[in-house]
Design a protein around this ligand. Structure first.
Ligand SMILES: [Zn+2]
Ligand SMILES: [Zn+2]
Length: 568
C-alpha cells in the first residue's frame, strides 16, 4: 500500500507537470517517497494540490496491472516517454535480466518489481498525507543532478494517520536540537560539523550519566582504562579496520608515516592485554573505557547528537575463556537491565546469528550461539532471533529501547569476537599449562553518550529527572529586599547537602519567575516569604504538579536527597 501510494503520487505529479522525469520511489517506514526531476521547485503549497489530485486518482479505482516485457521493448517505451533516469535503470537491469517488470495504474507506467495493491481504490483517501519536500541526488551521488524528493505517509485508517501526525508534532516539540538551545545544554558550530560543544548545564547531565555508568561497570568487575586517540595505521592494518573501515576513518601523514584517529577502542584495549603474559586466573578481564572516537560520517548524514563525528562510547572489552562466555553474558544482561531501569525505558533484545560470510570454525559459532541463548533464558529475557545477521567475526545481542513516544532506538550491543584475538595472536595460560586464545566481548551500553543524551532529552522532553537536572531547585524570594537574606540561607543549606540550586532574585513578578523556572524545566521551585522565613520552611512547587504547600526546609532537603540517591 505504501509503495502503491507512491505510484499514485507520481501519477498526480505527472498530471501537474507532464514533463516530469521520474527517479525512484520506494516504500519506507510509515510511508513512501518519490524523486522527481521537475521544471520548477516545489513549494509547500503544492502538496495539498497534489493530495487532491491523488484522491481523485484513488477514487477512479485504476487497476495496478503488471506486465513482463523485453528489455528492448522497455527501452523503446521509456525512451518514448522521455524517462532518461528509467533508461539508466533499464541499462543496469539488462545485464542480468532479459525481461523487465512494469506496473501500470491509469496514466502512470513505472519500471517496478511490485508488489502492489489490486486497485488504487484499495488506498484509503483519508489516511495518507504528503509530509515533506527535500533535495536528493540521483542515485545518492552528489556528482549527479539534484532531484526533488516528496515524502508521504499512509496508513490503513484515518485514526492511525491522526495518531502518527500527533506523534510527529510531539516529536518536533521534543527535538533535542531545539531543547539543547533553549535549555543551554550544548551547541553545534559550522566550523566543527558533527562535534557537539557542551555547555556547563549539558556537562552536568553528561557527568551524571558517565559517573552512573562507571559505578555500575565497577560493580560488575569493570577495570577502567584510558587509551590514546591517535595511532599509526600499522595497528589498524593488523586489526583489519584499515581494509574494511578505512572510508569511515580520519587519517593523515605525520613524519612520513600514516596515522589514524581511532574509530574504535578495541585494538588499544588489546595492546594493554598484551603487555604481559595472562593467566586463566585473570579472566574474565573486563576493561572499560570512556572512549573518544572519531568517525568520518558524511556531512549530509550528520544529525544533531544522533549522528556525530566525535563520538564518546561507554565501551568495554572483556577477555574471557570460551567456557566463561555464558556466565559473562548473564552478568552483562543483568547489567543492561540495571542501566535501563533507571530511565524507565523498556529494552527489547535481539540475537543475531551466524551470517553466510562468517569467519572461523562452525563449532565455535554453534557453541557461542548456544551460550548466548542459554544466558538469555537464564535471565528470563524474551528476544527475537535475527537469523544470519551477526557480524562475520561473531554472534551478538542487540538491545533496542522504546522512548516515551514509542520510537525505537538501537543502543547497546553485546558482541562476541573470535577474530580480533586471532589477528593479534592473543593468548592466556590455562589451568593445564596450555596456551589458549581468549574470546573478546565488546559491550557498549549507552552506545554513544552523545546519542544517548539526544534520546533521553527527547524522551523526557527536556524535563530531566531530579538526579539529572542541571538545576535541581530554584529559590524564589517573594521580595528580594525582605527575604533575600533567608533565600541565601536556604541556598547555603541546599548547597551543603549537594543540591544544585540557584536563587532567582530578578526584579520580576512572582508569576513570571515561576514561569521562567518552568520553561527551564527545573524540577523544584522553592518560594520563600514571611511565613516560610518564620517557620524555617519553603513553599514547594514541583514542576508540573504545581503547589505542594509549605514544607520544613530540613524535610525538603531529606526528600530531595533521597530522590537524587534513588535516581528519581
Ligand atoms: Zn512500483
Ligand atoms: Zn570493540
Amino acid at each position: 500500500m505504501r509503495h502503491s501510494t507512491a505510484h499514485v503520487m507520481a501519477a498526480a505529479v505527472l498530471e501537474m507537470f507532464p514533463e516530469t522525469k521520474f527517479g525512484t520511489g520506494p516504500a519506507i517506514e510509515n510511508g513512501f517517497y518519490y524523486d522527481f526531476d521537475l521544471p520548477r521547485t516545489l513549494i509547500p503549497e503544492d502538496l495539498p494540490l497534489l493530495e487532491e489530485k491523488m484522491r481523485a486518482i484513488i477514487k477512479v479505482g485504476y487497476k495496478f496491472e503488471e506486465a513482463k516485457i523485453s528489455t528492448a521493448a522497455a527501452k523503446t517505451d521509456f525512451k518514448k516517454l522521455g524517462q532518461t533516469y528509467k533508461l539508466e535503470l533499464i541499462d543496469d537491469l539488462e545485464k542480468e535480466n532479459e525481461q523487465i517488470c512494469i506496473y501500470k495504474a491509469g496514466p502512470f507506467v513505472d519500471l517496478c518489481a511490485g508488489p502492489h495493491v489490486a486497485s488504487t481504490k484499495d488506498i484509503n483517501p483519508e489516511a495518507f498525507k504528503l509530509t515533506k519536500i527535500s533535495g536528493a541526488y540521483w542515485r545518492a551521488d552528489e556528482k549527479n543532478k539534484q532531484m526533488q524528493r516528496v515524502y508521504g505517509v499512509v496508513f490503513e485508517s484515518k485514526k492511525e494517520l491522526k495518531e502518527y501526525l500527533h506523534m510527529m508534532e510531539e516529536a518536533e516539540k521534543r527535538d533535542h536540537k531545539k531543547l539543547g538551545r533553549e535549555l543551554d545544554l550544548f551547541s553545534f558550530h559550522s566550523e566543527a560539523p558533527g562535534s557537539a560543544f557542551w555547555h556547563p548545564k549539558g556537562m552536568i547531565i553528561w557527568n551524571e550519566l558517565e559517573n552512573f555508568g562507571k559505578s555500575i561497570r565497577k560493580k560488575y568487575g569493570g577495570l577502567e582504562i584510558q587509551t590514546p586517540q591517535l595511532a599509526k595505521n600499522i595497528l589498524w592494518k593488523k586489526s583489519g579496520h584499515w581494509d574494511h573501515y578505512k572510508d569511515s576513518m580520519f587519517y593523515f601523514d605525520v613524519e612520513k608515516e600514516t596515522y589514524c584517529l581511532k574509530p574504535m577502542d578495541c585494538p588499544f584495549n588489546i595492546k594493554i592485554y598484551q603487555t604481559r603474559q595472562r593467566s586463566y586466573r585473570e579472566l574474565p578481564l573486563r576493561y572499560t573505557e570512556i572512549g573518544r572516537v572519531l568517525r568520518n560520517e558524511k556531512s549530509g548524514e550528520l544529525n544533531g547528537l544522533f549522528r556525530v563525528r566525535a563520538i564518546t562510547q561507554d565501551d568495554a572489552h572483556i577477555f574471557v575463556a570460551e567456557r566463561q562466555i555464558e556466565e559473562e553474558i548473564v552478568s552483562l544482561l543483568k547489567m543492561v537491565k540495571e542501566y535501563y531501569k533507571v530511565f524507565e525505558i523498556e529494552p527489547a533484545f535481539f540475537l543475531s546469528t551466524r551470517p553466510d560470510d562468517f569467519l572461523g570454525e562452525i563449532n565455535t559459532w554453534d557453541e557461542a550461539e548456544t551460550d548466548l541463548k542459554n544466558a538469555l533464558a537464564k535471565e528470563e529475557i524474551k528476544y527475537e532471533v535475527k537469523e544470519r545477521d551477526g557480524a562475520f567475526y561473531g554472534p551478538k545481542i542487540d538491545i533496542d529501547i522504546k522512548d516515551a513516544l514509542g520510537r525505537k532506538w538501537q543502543l547497546a550491543t553485546i558482541q562476541l569476537d573470535f577474530q580480533l584475538p586471532q589477528r593479534f595472536e592473543l593468548e592466556y595460560i590455562d589451568s593445564d599449562g596450555s596456551r589458549k586464545a581468549p574470546v573478546i566481548i565488546h559491550a557498549a551500553i549507552f552506545g554513544s553518550l552523545e546519542r544517548f543524551i539526544g534520546i533521553i532529552t527527547e524522551h523526557y522532553a527536556g524535563a530531566f529527572p531530579v538526579w539529572l537536572s542541571p538545576i535541581q531547585a530554584l529559590i524564589i524570594p517573594i521580595s528580594e529586599e525582605k527575604f533575600g537574606k533567608y533565600a541565601k540561607e536556604v541556598l547555603e543549606k541546599l548547597k551543603v547537602a549537594g543540591i544544585r540550586s540557584e536563587i532567582d532574585a530578578i526584579n520580576e513578578s512572582l508569576g513570571k519567575r515561576i514561569r521562567n523556572g518552568e520553561k527551564q524545566k527545573i524540577p523544584y521551585m522553592l518560594v520563600v516569604g514571611e511565613k516560610e522565613m518564620d517557620a524555617k520552611s519553603v513553599a514547594v512547587r514541583y514542576r508540573d504538579k504545581g503547589d505542594e504547600g509549605m514544607i520544613k526546609l530540613e524535610d525538603f532537603v531529606e526528600r530531595i536527597k533521597k530522590e537524587i540517591a534513588d535516581k528519581k
